[in-house]
Design a protein around this ligand. Sequence first.
Ligand code: KG4
Ligand code: ZN
Length: 366
Amino acid sequence: MKILAIETSCDDTCVAVVERDKKLNFRILANVISSQVKLHAKYGGIYPFLAKREHQKNLPIVFKKALKQARNPKIDAIAVTNGPGLEPCLWTGVNFAKKLSRQRNLPIIPVNHIEAHILVNFLTTNYKLQTTNYLFPAVCLVVSGGHTQLILMRGIGKYKILGETRDDAAGECLDKAARILGLEYPGGPAIAEQARQWKFQIHPVKCRFAAISPKAKLFNRAKLPRPMMYSKDYDFSFSGLKTAVLYKVKSEKRKAKNIKYIREMCVEIQQAVIDVLLKKTIKAARDYGARTIILGGGVTANKELQKQFQQRIKKEIPDSLFLIPYSRFCTDNAAMVGVTACFHRKKIKNWKDIEVDANLRIDGII
Ligand code: KG4
Ligand code: ZN
C-alpha cells in the first residue's frame, strides 16, 4: 500500500510518499519539506495567514517534487493532517487532499498531528513498523512550537492527556526568549547553539529552592524560574519563564548585547525548560508504571534534552524503554503522517467527510 501524506499544520509545507507491505516493512519513497523559516524570521514568529499563502504557493511544487522523487508510484490513499494546528494552514493541506481525492478517486485518512509526532517513534532502525503490547503503558511527551502535552498511551489509538501547558508551549517560549535576546527564529535551535558554545555545562536541578545545582551556580550567574516544576499535577506553564527572561534582560540592559551574557542566558533558559519537562515526565512514568517513555515534537530535537533524558531515565527508571525519533523526524514532516496513516488504515474516509479541527484532541482517537 502506497500513501501520499500531506502536512501543513504550522509553517512547514511537507509531502511524503510512504509504502507499507504486509510484513510491516515500511519505506519512505519521498519526504519533501519546504520550510518557511526565512519568511517568518523577518517577523520573529508565525503569522497564520502569511503561512497559509505560502502553503498555497508551495504545496503544488512540493507535491510534484515528492512524486518525482518517489518515481511516480501508483498511490492507494491520501493521508492528511486535519488538526491540531493553525486553522488556515490546516485547511490548505486538507483542501489540497480533497481535490486530489476527487480527481483520482482516492480515499483519505485524516491524521492527528500530535499522534503523528508519537507514532513516528515506531519506525525502528530497519524501518519496520513495530508495536508490541510489551511497550504499554507508555508515557509520551510531545513538545513543539504549539503544544506541550504529557500523554498516557495504552496502545495505538488509546490515549489520555495527563497534563499540558496552561499558557505558552515550550517551543513558543524558546522562540520568544530567543527574540528577546536578539537571536534568530526559530529560537529553539538558536538557543541550543549558543548554549552549546557556552564553555561549562550545567547540571539538572537537584535542590528545590535554589533551582540551579551548586556546580552550575559557580559558573553561571543567570538564574531563571522553573514554573510549576513541583506542582502535583502534570501541567506546565512556560509564559512566566519568558517574562522572567524579558525582565532580566531589561534590568541588565548594559550586558544584554554581550555574547558571553547571551550564551549564559541560553544555557539557563534551555536548562529551565529541560528541568521542568524531565521532572514531570519522570513523575508521570513512575505514577503510571510506564514501560516506555516516548518523546516527540520539534523541541525534542534538542541534543542536550535528549542526553539528559537518556541519563536520568537510565538512572531513575532503568527498566523502561526510551524512544526518541530520528532527528529529522522530530520537527514537522509528512513521513510521520504517513506512518500514522499506516497504523490507522481503517479510518479511511470519503473526501466529503474530512473536516479541520484546529483544537483536535488526541484523547478521542480510537
Ligand atoms: O514540531 P515542530 O516542528 O512544529 C510544531 O508543531 O510546532 O516544532 C517547532 C518548535 C519550534 O518552537 C522550534 O524552536 C523548536 O521546535 N525546535 C527546537 C529545536 N529544533 C526545533 N527547540 C530546541 N532545540 C532544538 N534543536
Ligand atoms: Zn509539530
